[in-house]
Ligand binder design. Structure first.
Ligand code: TYM
Length: 329
């Protein structure tokens, strides 16, 4: 049986990008594989959250995961900071990760640009912590969106390097995973790149219908097609990408034909898209609210997850220590 792992930073609520990029695939896989899903609270420290925000973020994301259909009696759901074996593996892997390759990752370069006042060492070694997250359970598949592709490449490189350095095959090479083969990127509503927590361009699972309608009606468009079958500009393609995720095929075909025949009215497209997004998010939103108010349940999930995840993590770290050459006296 293959081991599947995925995670999320608890810095803000789950948005459609997180859901369609990672959570949805994971929910599908949980019954057929050995699955681990975790909340990457150590990763979120790179941006210095306040203590209160840190805890609130973890609680929100946990309730949101569960509301999306992750089943704690099937998959192991845990909080990263409950598993001390992860930072231990991170330390050991840091010895075989090199400054040059870490400096070259796109995410590091982007962070330097975005937060020049806080270029901490945790940002530089972020991909090593991610590799430790993945390798601690010797995972084979990692359901993620397109934005995490390079981090997965780094995890593979580190796994290969460890294996070849110590002449072992202990770590499998983890693969970024999506059922549709191509990794997914859900765009933001501002006509630019991906939907992201820090970009402020997201639609959240917990969002009120009124606010979703407002955001979608305000999404960037252009003045409309002037030639039949012309290529869509990014801002319009983005609306269709979201539609592909939430709407019926009939609806998508209808508006695509309208666009191709230069008959499209963006107002109608957006109204339909807003209703389809709300149909999708509303049942999840109700579940989130219900789960979030049940502290005893959340506590049970977290305790159970920590126990199971530690059992698996301990097996790996014991073997890694043995391979590296630590011996008891
Ligand atoms: P994070 O918290 O930014 O995002 C969580 C998951 O959501 C996916 N995602 C998207 N997919 C498609 N379109 C989008 N617009 C979009 N935005 C986010 C991400 O690809 C990710 O799968 N470093 C990771 C968290 C992490 C992790 C790990 C993931 C830490 N350790 C180990 C997997 C395995 C992150 O910041 O994801």
């Amino acid at each position: 049986m293959e081991t599947v792992l995925s995670g999320i930073r608890p810095t803000g609520n789950l948005h459609l990008g997180n859901y369609f990029g990672a959570v949805k695939n994971f929910v599908k896989m949980q019954h057929k594989n050995k699955c681990f899903f975790f909340i990457a609270d150590y990763h979120s420290l790179t941006t210095h959250p306040t203590p209160a925000d840190l805890h609130e973020g973890v609680k929100n994301v946990l309730a949101e995961y569960l509301a999306c259909g992750l089943d704690p009696d099937v998959a192991t759901i845990y909080i990263q900071s409950d598993i001390p074996e992860i930072p231990e593996l991170y330390l050991l892997l840091n010895m075989i990760a090199y400054k040059g390759e870490l400096e070259r990752t796109a995410s590091f370069k982007e962070k330097i640009r975005k937060q020049p006042e806080n270029v901490n060492a945790g940002l530089l070694t972020y991909p090593v912590l991610m590799a430790a997250d993945i390798l601690i359970h010797r995972s084979h598949k990692v359901p993620v969106g397109k934005d995490q592709e390079q981090h997965l490449e780094m995890a593979r490189k580190i796994a290969r390097r460890f294996n070849s350095m110590f002449k072992t095959d202990w770590f499998p090479e983890p693969k970024a995973y999506n059922f549709g083969e191509e990794l997914i990127k859900i765009p933001g509503l501002d006509g630019s790149g991906k939907m992201g927590k820090s970009e402020g361009n997201g639609i959240y699972l917990i969002e009120e219908p009124k606010s979703i309608r407002k955001k979608i009606m305000r999404a960037v468009t252009d003045s409309g097609p002037t030639e039949k079958n012309q290529t869509m500009p990014d801002s319009i393609q983005n609306l269709f990408t979201i539609m592909n995720a939430v709407s019926e095929q009939e609806t998508i075909d209808f508006f695509r034909d309208k666009y191709n025949n230069c008959e499209i009215r963006y107002g109608d497209l957006k109204k339909q898209l807003a209703e389809d997004v709300i149909n999708f998010t509303e049942p999840i939103r109700e579940k989130i609210l219900e789960i979030k108010s049940d502290s005893a349940y959340l506590q049970r999930v977290v305790n159970q997850g920590a126990e199971q995840a530690r059992e698996s993590a301990k097996k790996t770290i014991d073997e890694v220590r043995r391979i590296i050459g630590f011996k008891p006296f």
